[in-house]
Design a binder for this molecule. Sequence first.
Ligand code: FES
Length: 356
Amino acid sequence: MNVLPKKNHALSFFTESVLDQKVVNFWVQKFNPTWSTHEMLGRIVKKQNTAKDMVTLTIRCNKRMNFGLPGQHHPVIVEIAARRLERTYSLNRIDEQHVELTLKKVPQGAVSTWLCHVAEIGDIVEFGQPYGEMLCVTHPEKEVILLAAGSGITPMYSMVYDLAKTGRLVDYRLKLMYWVKRSEDLAFHQFFQKTAQQYPQFSYETFCTQEGEAASRLSESHVNDCGDLHETAVFACGPSGFVNSACDLFHVARLFKSEAFTLSPLEVSDTGTVTITLTKSQKMLEVPRGISLLDALERANEKPVSGCRMGICNKCSCHKVSGVTQNILNQNQNAEPGSSLRICINSAKSDLVLDL
Ligand code: FES
């Protein structure tokens, strides 16, 4: 029996070539800017203030969208002054087609400033593939502690929202502890309060560190309030100082996962420069010590691939052939040759050879 080869559909033929995808997208986007053969695009349909300097954008996504799991992050790409800029945010899926993107304006942050102050209903944003391990539903532990500071509340909101919406919150004993400077900085406050009233096994505590009788920062006393941690999963998200404290204080937990959305300034006494040899581009560069390798290479007019710039997405990862590096988040040094290196969260301690 002869098997006839399958005929390629005409559209598949066009969309299989990258060049043709661009051409097809160019024409279809004249009719609808969110149509695409391959890009995950969305249109802003609602914009509202969530807290001080914080907005929530409701975005209608196209059919290409990979929504990821509650608690994960997405690269969000916008075009500002003809430049494509990418930052990473946690999304909250509210139905089949819509997500909420909640973000805080960061001083000098081009993307957050644009999204908070310039973006309007009807504007288009692009998404990258979701990633991240802030996922309480994929772990068996039902005793869960969520520690959030500032914008670190967004993946926590997404997880609690999803558990409440799907009726699975009753399966967990979940404690959310949320640090902000002032009460006006609290996001999703009413939602969490209402959920705590509705579900006795969900508890919600807030700590304002610069208001009234200022609450203390995350400390040993908060750990003592949490009881036995040996069967507990702990998730922490916030600035790197907060996440590092959480990691030290909750190290006995059965599971600990964290993500930092800012890097603490590197505490190094390193001065002077090192030589970085880039094997693929066959260059030798003199770069300063004491800053991330990503920043150092960009200052030298190199354009290494990067994404989140905070050690989560792995996009900047490269092969280190030799040399000593220091992790900016935990200060650990690594002299092992032939290892994988995320250049956004490591600085050079010695001359380096990188496969870039
Ligand atoms: S850019 Fe995301 S891990 Fe380095």
